[in-house]
Design a protein around this ligand. Structure first.
Ligand code: NAD
Length: 317
């Protein structure tokens, strides 16, 4: 029998595309999407969907039992910019949901867990260029603190209870199918929409704020390939560094100008610049490459073409 997968937070930026990709791969009825709200039409029409709150152990357990779930992808979380505004709520959602899923795996209700971490686990004292897998980690945001604590708990559950948990430190993810959910790298998505609509954009990050980024197709491919890797290849059980490209608002704008010459950008940095300042500029992902064969496919030029085409197609701009 095919294994049953539960996605929690399936209607978000990553969850939507992950759900569609997994349904394509293992069959629509083997992937149960869940969220506290309904998702876009395509997602809702493509297979089973349940409303469930990730902070309720009972609700998640009920879904696992109802569908005979054996793998969970936990995508529900409060992201960096929003969590700075609601610190306690962010902490509660990010930590409680993770414990519920880890405890279900500890009790052998499910056999494998994916939980996303982030480059936000790093902080102002971390080396900024080519940030190593193992290095100083003193995150200064609520979100980063929750992700770092989460990584420690994942590794603890693996070591103490044999829980097969796998994780990636995603960089900023760029996509066009679903709007982003309140992160510091959201500018790199808004910019494409505004370039097509109004030919200008005001960036909430500075001209030279360089951050690690990745096109969504690469992120989905990485996630699924980490989950498919033999357990013995997954040597890091906190979370893997993962990298594709790094750019600044200025270099991103230049890549858009190659398609839309009249595009103009200006800069009005807000509180999110401080968050960006605390994060790395580029990431060393050699462990992911060595352990489970990771290799990105999208560079800046390819991503910009895909974003502009994708937004025109999906949003009819
Ligand atoms: N998008 C990025 O650039 C990025 C980068 C690094 C890490 N991540 C991580 O990846 C994961 C998914 O991120 P995303 O960008 O898709 O986020 P998102 O905000 O777009 O989606 C999160 C989803 O979780 C749902 N949700 C919120 N509270 C819930 C609850 N109590 N119960 C059930 N569902 C709930 C929301 O409705 C939403 O659909 C998060 O853990 C995030 O920290 C994302």
């Amino acid at each position: 029998m095919a294994s049953k997968i539960l996605i929690i937070g399936a209607c978000g930026q990553i969850g939507t595309e992950l759900t569609m990709a997994l349904r394509e791969k293992v069959g629509r009825n083997n992937v149960i999407a869940s969220d506290i709200r309904e998702g876009n039409e395509e997602l809702m029409a493509s297979g089973p969907f349940e409303i469930a709150d990730a902070t309720s152990f009972e609700q998640i357990k009920e879904l696992v039992e109802k569908y005979g779930v054996d793998e969970i992808y936990l995508m529900a979380a409060m992201l960096s910019a929003t969590a700075e505004k609601h610190p306690m709520k962010g902490w509660a959602l990010n930590m409680e949901s993770l414990f519920h899923v880890l405890n279900l795996a500890k009790d052998k209700k499910v056999s494998k867990v994916f939980w996303p971490s982030s480059i936000a686990v790093f902080g102002p004292t971390t080396p900024k260029q080519n940030t190593p897998q193992t290095t100083v980690m003193e995150p200064s945001t609520v979100y980063g603190i929750s992700k770092q604590a989460g990584e420690r708990w994942c590794e603890y559950y693996f070591n103490k209870y044999g829980v097969d948990v796998r994780s990636i430190r995603y960089p900023g993810l760029i996509s066009y199918k679903t709007l982003p959910g309140g992160g510091t790298t959201d500018y790199a998505i808004e910019i494409y929409h505004e370039a097509l609509k109004n030919h200008k954009y005001t960036s909430f990050l500075k001209k030279d704020a360089e951050l690690p980024m990745m096109f969504m197709d690469d992120a989905i491919r990485a996630t699924i390939s980490l989950m498919e890797a033999p357990a013995k290849s997954v040597k890091i059980r906190s979370s893997y560094n993962l990298s594709a490209l790094s750019f600044t608002p200025h270099t991103l704008a230049e890549s858009i100008k190659a398609h839309i010459p009249e595009f103009e950008i200006d800069y009005a940095p807000d509180f999110r610049q401080e968050i960006a300042d605390s994060w790395p500029s580029s990431i060393d992902d050699s462990r992911a490459r060595e352990d489970w064969g990771w290799k990105p496919e999208f560079d800046l030029r390819k991503m910009t073409s895909a974003m502009l085409e994708g937004i025109k197609d999906v949003h009819h701009v």
